[in-house]
Write a protein that binds this ligand. Structure first.
Ligand SMILES: Cc1cc2nc3c(=O)[nH]c(=O)nc-3n(C[C@H](O)[C@H](O)[C@H](O)COP(=O)(O)O)c2cc1C
Length: 200
């Protein structure tokens, strides 16, 4: 049982760059083992926004090559692989991040609709009362989005919207991405090296 492994799901909201940078920093700085799941819509977004073209199903090798990280740290699970560790509480995965989290995936998690491995993995984390962190991105937000988020928050899910601050005087997009990635890593209790901190 690998209690330190982290499940990461990339879904089809804008902001695939947050997921790629999070994976890169967790592997480089924290030597984390990652169980990765990529939705079909996320593949479209990664191609559109990050010039990352992935096969169907995607491979760990392609993502590791793109990020220049060790492939051994990444376990990529097809969305119908019900034998993958994230599909069962007995595998012992204690933390899961959905980044970026589409409103579709968020609503399905809130409704307990375990259609793909991503939703099943989140459902497992919830039933086991472990850590689930969602990084939604949509604007403006409808009452449906807000109600689902409130429901999840009341269940102990952490909602960390992709809303970077500007008080650290970002010099470019990379700084804005790191702002969100560092907040995610803080909340996972895996603080990022050199993170800018208020009052420091
Ligand atoms: C380029 C692109 C950007 C998108 N941006 C968002 C977004 O920011 N938020 C969102 O909720 N959906 C967004 N969508 C729509 C979702 O991808 C769509 O609802 C999809 O069904 C989500 O599937 P998934 O939850 O399985 O990944 C975007 C789609 C594309 C192609």
């Amino acid at each position: 049982m690998d209690n330190d492994a982290i499940a990461i799901a990339i879904t089809g909201a804008s902001g695939g760059c947050y997921a790629l940078r999070l994976i890169e920093r967790l592997v480089r700085e924290r030597q984390s083992t990652i169980h990765l799941m990529v939705s079909d819509a996320a593949r479209l977004v990664l191609r559109q926004e990050c010039d990352l073209v992935l096969d169907h199903p995607p491979t760990a090798a392609a993502i590791a090559r793109h990020l220049r990280i060790e492939e051994e740290r990444l376990q990529l699970h097809p969305l119908d692989d019900w034998f993958a560790p994230p599909a069962s509480g007995s595998a012992g995965i204690r933390r899961m991040v959905v980044v970026p989290c589409s409103m579709g995936t968020l609503a399905r998690i809130a409704g307990g609709i375990s259609h793909t491995l991503i939703e099943r993995a989140a459902d497992v984390i919830l039933k086991e009362r472990r850590q689930l962190l969602l990084v939604p991105r949509e604007t403006p937000l409808s009452a449906i989005h807000l109600e689902q988020m409130l429901k999840l928050s009341r269940m102990g899910v952490q909602l960390l919207p992709a809303m970077p601050g500007f008080y650290h005087r970002p010099e470019g997009i990379a700084d804005l991405v790191d702002f969100i990635v560092e907040r995610i890593m803080d909340n996972l209790d895996l603080p990022a090296a050199g993170a800018q901190r208020w009052g420091a």
